[in-house]
Design a protein around this ligand. Structure first.
Ligand code: CP
Ligand code: NVA
Length: 304
């Protein structure tokens, strides 16, 4: 039976850990120039309803490196933009392609797409989750610090798609996570309830950024207004004013703390230029690892 990659909660810790092992193998092969055309002769559709730099390029290059053919499809240039139902598009795409990645708004859209698609569907970001990104982030932590076990992770800022996915990850992988979000901008309530009910680790929500940052091994932030929230920029700047990841906040964390940001970043808002450019920042490795981790996900799902 085909499997999708819509949320981390569809997978066990063991399954996700084994994706990191495959990621390591594929990254090593790519660096050494060893062929790894695991999807030779296949085609993968990449559907975008929102803008992208990293997701588009890393998926296109990743599909190519696996020996398959990527198709970039912007919804506004296809019949989806003229209202063709998701369930019709999903069934037609599956007649041509061996897999689909989709970036869109509601999580229910990727779920409906996956329900009607006979080929694997990967979530390339929704308003609720960004699972490929968090897999790349955790792989970056493993590469740098050896493991995620026993670490304290901190989230500073908006309780958005990234924060929600970190909450799922903390429950699945069993690491401690403290999120500092302003009142009214907390992570999704259902995701928090799901995670708290199954977590063996501490998942703490506070409105105090210093509490989250204190003794953190990994500290993570993201933009204050996500795609689709542009009209709220000004009111969000006010609400998030005390939630900047700057040197003073970083001083609360452990001496070898890693700074992550999924990018794009708004320097001077959620993160300062000196922190993102500073010695703790792992954001370029993090961006690169999107490529390697997504190749592992595609190879696992689409190889047949
Ligand atoms: N981090 C991330 O998903 O970046 P893009 O929006 O550029 O794809
Ligand atoms: N939270 C951001 C992430 C971008 C990769 C957004 O959804 O716009």
């Amino acid at each position: 039976m085909k499997r999708d990659f819509l949320a981390l909660s569809q997978y066990t810790k063991e399954e996700l850990d084994s994706l990191f092992v495959l990621t390591r193998e594929l990254k090593d092969k790519q660096k050494k120039g060893i062929e790894h055309r695991l999807l030779k002769g296949k085609s993968v559709a990449l559907i975008f309803e929102k803008s992208s730099t990293r997701t588009r390029v890393s998926f296109e290059v990743g599909v190519f490196q696996l020996g398959a053919h990527p198709l970039f499809i912007s919804t506004k240039d296809s019949q989806m933009g003229r209202g063709e139902p998701i369930k019709d598009t999903a069934r037609v795409m599956a007649r041509y392609c061996d897999g689909v990645m989709i970036r869109t708004y509601g999580q229910e859209i990727v779920e409906e797409f996956a329900k009607y698609s006979s080929v694997p569907v990967i979530n390339g970001l929704t308003d609720l989750f960004h699972p490929c990104q968090i897999m790349a982030d955790i792989f970056t932590v493993i590469e740098s610090l050896g493991s995620y076990e026993g670490l304290k992770f901190a989230w500073i800022g908006d309780g958005n798609n990234m924060a929600n996915t970190w909450v799922e990850a903390a429950a699945i992988f069993g690491f401690d996570l403290t999120l500092a979000c302003p009142k009214g901008y907390e992570p999704d309530r259902k995701v928090m309830e799901w995670a708290k009910a199954r977590a063996t680790s501490k998942i703490v929500l506070t409105d105090d950024p210093r509490e989250a940052a204190r003794d953190a091994d990994v500290i993570n932030t993201d933009v204050w207004a996500s795609m689709g929230q542009e009209s709220e920029q000004k009111e969000r700047e006010k609400a998030f004013a005390g939630y900047q990841l700057n040197e003073a906040l970083l001083d609360e964390a452990r001496g070898n703390c890693m700074v992550l940001h999924c990018l794009p970043a708004h320097r001077g808002e959620e993160i300062t230029d000196d922190v993102i450019e500073g010695p703790h920042s792992a954001v370029w490795d993090e961006a690169e690892n999107r490529l390697h981790v997504q190749k592992a996900i595609m190879a696992r799902l689409m190889r047949g």
